[in-house]
Design a protein around this ligand. Structure first.
Ligand code: PMP
Length: 444
């Protein structure tokens, strides 16, 4: 009998009580194989598993931990808030403070796309509410999304593309009715002709277009230059709303998210437009369950209690989560974003160099400080392109890194997340692990 590790034991025990042993599927290591690491501690740039092994972490709780894990000031804010009660089910001054911080922060010059903001607990709720609001506001039924973009697991947003352009989608999960799925049009990313064709055919019926500000759930894939602005022009022309999903990019790629990078011309050719609605999650809660949707006040006021679109939550605007969010956003200043960019630059460059040294064809996928690698010689621009990569090279790469003490996302379709706590020691531990991992990818 092989020796069972503490992780093996934790996993078998979990599987007896929890479907697949996990509360979110990617944690099961389905696409890389092996036993998931059960984590017991996370501090600064490191996580520790059930066996007491420490890893440099490049998952960062899938995005929230931009300051590094368990930043002392954030933990202190949480302790302080918790001391006053965990949840009231009533309004608190902190919610307004966080709303004001977000409104102020997500602005560039006189562009202020967040007139009002409503807090919820997960990114899924934020996007689900945003599309209900778009439908309620416009009185239309259809929604446009892009293949390979992830917006959480509500029914309308799990629709997948059939082949070709503007296909009425088939359900992307069992349990979603064909009627629901058929109200979502799934188009190829970066394909404005497909968007125009969908509007030509269904102009009177499309309530909105939802798009990741920069795609990061099929690996990272920045939009083509001017793509988001063109979406804004097309939706406006047809009386539909543009919902920009910044759950992942918001407060991570920059102080005002990806939209902020475009509006302030850090990303070229993107300025001069505003989203109608924006969704936030992850960083806004500093690692606690908090997310939000915001946008033009006139649209946001369609939400109950002012308007006819219903949305509610027992734990919405939870005071402990709000305290973590406020503390995190207050600390995330220009020096934090500079460090995130620096670490991302070094890791993207050196990982690419290690792969090249072993002759592994790859494309470095970047969107601000988010990055990932696609195992293909071409630059993918949509979901079909990225699915055509030699994805099997990732599992041996991932496991080599893990064995050497680096915790990467357990799927080639996920972004790598850096934190401002990745100091030179943490970065050099990652760099040392790269040559062996690249060899593993090459021989796969
Ligand atoms: N939108 C995007 C762009 C996301 O990346 C995610 C989660 N990774 C979600 C929505 C859903 O957020 P949550 O997991 O908090 O429901």
């Amino acid at each position: 009998m092989t020796n069972q590790t503490a992780n093996d034991l934790a996993f078998s025990r979990a599987k007896a009580s929890i479907p697949g042993g996990v509360n979110s599927p990617v944690r099961a290591y389905g696409s890389v194989g092996g036993t998931p690491r059960f984590l017991v501690d996370a501090h600064s740039a490191y996580v520790t598993d059930a066996e007491g092994r420490e890893y440099v972490d490049l998952v960062a709780s899938w995005g929230p931990a931009i300051l590094g894990h368990a930043h002392p000031a954030v933990v202190e804010a949480v302790r302080e808030a918790a001391g006053h009660g965990l949840s009231f089910g009533a309004s608190t001054p902190g919610e307004t403070e966080l709303a004001e911080i977000v409104r102020e922060r997500v602005s560039v010059g006189d562009q202020k796309p967040i007139g009002k903001i409503r807090m919820v607990s997960t990114g899924t709720e934020a996007t689900m509410t945003a599309i209900r609001l778009a439908r309620g506001y416009t009185g239309r039924d259809l929604l446009v999304k892009f293949a390979g973009h992830y917006h959480g697991h509500s029914d309308s947003l799990l629709a997948e593309a059939g082949s070709g352009v503007a296909t009425l989608a088939l359900p992307g999960s069992a349990g979603i009715t064909v009627e629901t799925a058929s109200q979502t049009l799934v188009l190829p990313y970066n394909d404005l002709d497909a968007v125009r064709a969908a509007f030509d055919e269904h102009s009177e019926r499309i309530a909105g277009v939802i798009v990741e500000a920069a795609a990061a759930n099929m690996g990272v894939m920045a939009p083509d230059r001017g793509f988001n602005r063109a979406l804004s022009e097309i939706t406006r022309r047809h009386g539909a709303l543009l919902i920009v999903d910044e759950v992942l990019t918001g407060f991570r790629v920059g102080s005002a998210g990806w939209w902020g990078l475009e509006a302030s011309r850090v990303v070229p050719d993107g300025a001069g437009w505003e989203p109608d609605l924006i969704t936030f999650g992850k960083v806004i809660g500093g690692g606690m369950p908090l997310a939000a949707l915001g946008g033009r006040a006139e649209i946001m006021d369609y939400l109950a209690p002012l308007g006819p679109v219903y949305q509610a939550g027992t734990l919405s605007g939870n005071p402990v989560a709000v305290a973590a969010g406020i503390a995190t956003l207050r600390l995330a200043d220009a020096s934090v974003y500079r460090r995130l960019d620096e670490v991302a630059d070094v890791l993207a460059r050196e990982t690419s160099a290690a792969l090249s040294a072993e002759g592994v064809a790859h494309s470095v996928q970047r969107a601000g400080n988010l990055f990932s690698f696609a195992f293909t010689g071409e630059t993918p621009r949509n979901y079909d392109d990225v699915r055509a990569q030699e994805g099997w090279r990732y599992a041996p790469f991932f496991h080599s890194m893990l064995d050497q003490g680096v915790n990467l996302p357990p799927s080639v379709f996920e972004a790598w997340f850096v934190t401002a706590a990745h100091d030179d020691a943490a970065v050099s531990r990652i760099l040392q692990a790269l040559p062996a991992a690249a060899r593993a990818a090459a021989s796969a």
